[in-house]
Design a protein around this ligand. Structure first.
Ligand SMILES: [Zn+2]
Ligand SMILES: [Zn+2]
Length: 347
């Protein structure tokens, strides 16, 4: 038979499982949990971002949500403590102070341990890197969206702004805090977007030209030097094509709707022939309108290769040739654009 009872704790003299101290003396001797008296949370009053060590992170958690975790971060357990648990009760004392009462429990060498401590939470305000740049009007680039020999359409204005905002959201969500848009203004020439980083500037012009066509050029300008590094400010110039999709143009004696534009060629749907074809931009006589802005007109009759349309503006019936590709029947509606006195029927 083993003689466990031969082993005694040198401190309390009671029987021990090991040669050293018994479990309760070991537990009593071990500083099993230590609390810092104060912990600090730094957050930005402008945007609510929080700072950890030297890195700012966006959060949408409120102070009341952050406080328990912050208080728990004050507790340092001995590595032998098992079944750790901390209950937190936070009370706000002032706008920048809270007090947390912590009830800490655990298990040490098989024995339950518990203690309480009080931690002061200091809520420190500091302007974050992004707000600092925003208020200091710091920027790295300007995206200028323009159209070739015409004004930007409201559609392009709105699309370009939406593309830029969506790219900003994606980059911000991915932690690229300095890839922000600090200003976006519509002016007579087009749309100007002021950006905080070159990365977001480039992504915006790529996104806009991918969706709206056209080309972009970059124009860097040396604006100074910082820590031996040259600082550039870049203008990204987007030129949207002269014609847009769904534009309707006069082409020789016929009308055509623009289907696609690349750097050299224009693909149109010929509204006389009822088919797509490629043309040179020089063949286009003038711009009539955009099919997105077409009006609705009633087909009054169809007879002998002709049809009568009720002009939605005057109420008068206009007779015109019914093209073989046009499927409209009497009593149906068609979409039309106006070219002087002529109603141009869309497909
Ligand atoms: Zn003992
Ligand atoms: Zn901020």
């Amino acid at each position: 038979m083993t003689t466990i009872k031969d082993r005694f704790c040198p401190k309390c003299g009671r029987p021990s499982d090991t040669d050293g101290l018994c479990n309760s003396c070991r537990a009593a001797d071990t500083p099993w949990a230590v609390c810092d008296t104060r912990v600090t949370s730094t957050h930005c009053p402008g945007c609510g971002a929080t700072k950890l060590v030297n890195t700012w992170t966006d959060t949408n958690r409120e102070r009341a949500e952050l406080a328990p975790d912050l208080a728990r971060s004050a507790v340092h357990f001995h590595p032998d403590v098992k079944k750790r648990s901390i209950a937190v009760d936070v009370r706000d004392i002032s706008p920048n102070r809270s007090r947390a009462r912590l009830s800490i429990t655990g298990s040490l060498y098989g024995l339950p341990v518990e203690k309480t401590c009080t931690v002061e939470l200091a809520w420190h305000k500091e302007q974050c890197d992004r707000c600092n740049r925003l208020t200091g009007s710091y920027y790295e680039g300007i995206v200028q969206v323009r159209a070739d020999e015409r004004d930007l359409s409201p559609f392009e204005m709105q699309r370009a702004a939406a593309i830029a905002t969506q790219i900003e959201d994606t980059l911000q969500a991915g932690g690229e805090r300095l890839s922000f848009i600090s200003d976006m203004t519509e002016n007579r020439d087009g749309l100007d977007i002021t950006v905080g980083s070159q990365h977001i500037g480039l992504l915006i012009v790529q996104g806009i030209t991918a969706q709206l066509g056209g080309r972009y050029t970059t124009h860097p300008k040396l604006v100074g030097e910082k820590n031996g590094r040259q600082l550039f400010r870049i203008t990204y110039l987007v030129r949207l094509p002269r014609y847009q999709r769904h534009d309707v143009v006069k082409l020789g004696r016929t009308y055509a709707e623009i289907e696609q534009v690349d750097s050299r060629h224009v693909r149109v749907f010929d509204l006389s022939e009822g088919r797509s074809r490629a043309v040179n931009e020089e063949e286009i006589v003038r711009w009539i309108g955009n099919a997105r802005n077409a009006e609705t007109a009633l087909v009054a009759y169809v007879s002998g290769g002709m049809m009568g349309l009720l002009d939605p503006e005057t109420g008068a019936t206009k007779e015109m040739q019914k093209k073989p590709w046009q499927a409209a029947n009497a009593g149906e509606n068609v979409q039309v654009l106006r070219d002087g006195d002529t109603l141009v029927v869309m497909r």
